[in-house]
Design a protein around this ligand. Structure first.
Ligand code: ADP
Length: 445
């Protein structure tokens, strides 16, 4: 049990000893001599214990404290108790750190703990393998000095860590890495890196396959369609199955042709890796053409079409791709709005961005469909979509085109009230908002 030193007890002891010494000194008539001898003895006793303490702490380095007298024993025990507590805490901390490191080592991903200024605090073995870090040699080094890719530097600078980043491994150009940064602890970051080389290869194989199949299908389809268009259903003997089959065959080959065309468009957009957009796109002129096409398409349904276009708003980008995006959104509004609806199309400058909006007062789309609309072949109503001649690829194309133009499709829809599809092209692509020099430098994926 720990007994705390009490001031009163200590004082009582000192008073008692010095009182007794004074008393005996008085009896023998040598008060000063006795007090001097007592003080010297007291001093020697104190120094003896200070020496014992110093020896224990700095020379012996033993765990157990030396044997002391009186209050000194209590001080030795106190230090011994604190040391044991510290040791236990350090051990617990070591176990915790070991447990974290074992866990991080067992992960199938490379893990790097970084400080606020991007210097390396710790990394696991996989990080040494994938990213080429050397532990403990690279401790304290800035990670952007070791992963020397412009994209990675930009990633750290912009700190848009919601999205992972794909970079080439510094150890080998054939290894593709996906980096994800997340805040960790107090003013620290955790960089998680995984090898996505195989995933990328598979994705490439899939893309190549779709592109090749679509390409191979084109010629036979064109031949079939050509013959069917030349052969009139009336030119064949009456009452044969031919009269029924001919228009269906023609319609289906046209659908297939549209599908192949869209698949090829999608493959082309996906395959185009990095583009430096320098081509000026006269969007107002493009929208005038789209308006004329929309009027033709609208003959049957007689919607009220309104186009509000900023005639001076031009951008830089890929002309054909942008045309495809604008046209898809307008065509969809016409296709999916019941006859006599109202459709408004607008192209306006807003906060230095170029904003395109298509709103309709059609049936609208349920929320659970909205987030899946840009998936390939996703349709709200499969049977109806087939009748409208849709391929289910239109919005997937729009999404890819926009991502290449550093933008994204926004969809607001309320069932029974209508839908609004919109996107904003960033200021660096809008003519008249940036210096040409800066714009020419702009690159997108
Ligand atoms: P599709 O070729 O079938 O039109 P899209 O990718 O262009 O394919 O569109 C996907 C689906 O989104 C459509 O099948 C349709 O159900 C829905 N959709 C697209 N635009 C609208 C709209 N303006 N109003 C209601 N539904 C729409």
């Amino acid at each position: 049990m720990r007994l705390l030193l009490s001031k009163r007890n200590l004082l009582a002891k000192v008073v008692l000893i010095y009182g007794l010494a004074t008393f005996f000194g008085w009896i023998f008539g040598k008060v000063l001599l006795v007090l001097l001898l007592l003080s010297l003895g007291h001093l020697w006793w104190q120094y003896k214990h200070i020496f014992l303490l110093d020896k224990w702490l700095w020379r012996d380095r033993k765990l157990t404290p030396p044997a002391g007298d009186g209050s000194w024993q209590q001080i030795f025990d106190g230090i011994y108790f604190q040391q044991r507590r510290e040791r236990r805490k350090r051990k617990e901390l070591r176990t915790l750190v070991r447990r974290f490191r074992d866990g991080a080592e067992a992960l199938p991903e490379a893990v790097v703990v970084l400080s606020e200024d991007w210097s390396i605090i710790w990394c696991n073995k996989l990080a040494q393998l994938l990213v080429g870090l050397r532990w403990p040699l690279d401790e304290g080094q800035r990670i952007d000095n070791l992963i020397r890719s412009p994209e990675f530097h930009q990633y750290l600078k912009l700190q848009h860590f919601q999205q992972p980043l794909e970079v080439m491994s510094p150890t080998s150009s054939s290894i593709m890495l996906e980096c994800k940064m997340m805040p960790y602890g107090k003013a620290q970051f955790l960089l998680i890196v995984r090898d996505i080389t195989q995933l990328k290869q598979l994705e490439q194989i899939r893309k190549d396959f779709v592109a090749n199949v679509s390409h191979e299908l084109r010629t036979p389809l064109t031949v079939l369609q050509g013959y069917l268009e030349v052969m009139d259903s009336d030119s064949q003997p009456a009452h044969t199955i031919w009269q029924k089959a001919h228009p269906v065959m023609l319609e289906q080959t046209r659908r297939m042709d549209a599908l192949v065309q869209q698949l090829l468009t999608l493959s082309r957009i996906e395959a185009a890796a990095r583009v430096q957009f320098e081509q000026e796109v006269d969007v107002p002129a493009m929208l005038r053409l789209i308006e004329q096409e929309a009027e033709t398409l609208n003959r049957e349904k007689q919607h009220k079409l309104t186009f509000t276009i900023d005639q001076d708003l031009k951008v830089t980008g890929a002309q054909d791709e942008l045309r495809s995006a604008f046209s898809n959104l307008v065509t969809n509004a016409i296709k999916y709005t019941p006859a006599g609806g109202e459709i408004s199309v607008s192209w306006q400058r807003e906060h230095q961005k170029a904003v395109f909006t298509v709103s309709d007062n059609g049936e609208g789309i349920a929320a659970h469909h909205v987030k899946r609309l840009t998936e390939r072949f996703y349709r709200v109503d499969q049977a109806r979509a087939r009748n409208t001649g849709g391929t289910g690829l239109g919005l997937a194309i729009v999404k890819h085109v926009l991502s290449r133009h550093n933008s994204q499709l926004l969809i607001f829809s309320e069932q029974g009230k209508g839908s609004t599809f919109s996107f904003a092209l960033p200021p660096e692509l809008v003519l008249g908002t940036q210096t040409p020099k800066k714009r020419a430098k702009f690159k997108v994926k």
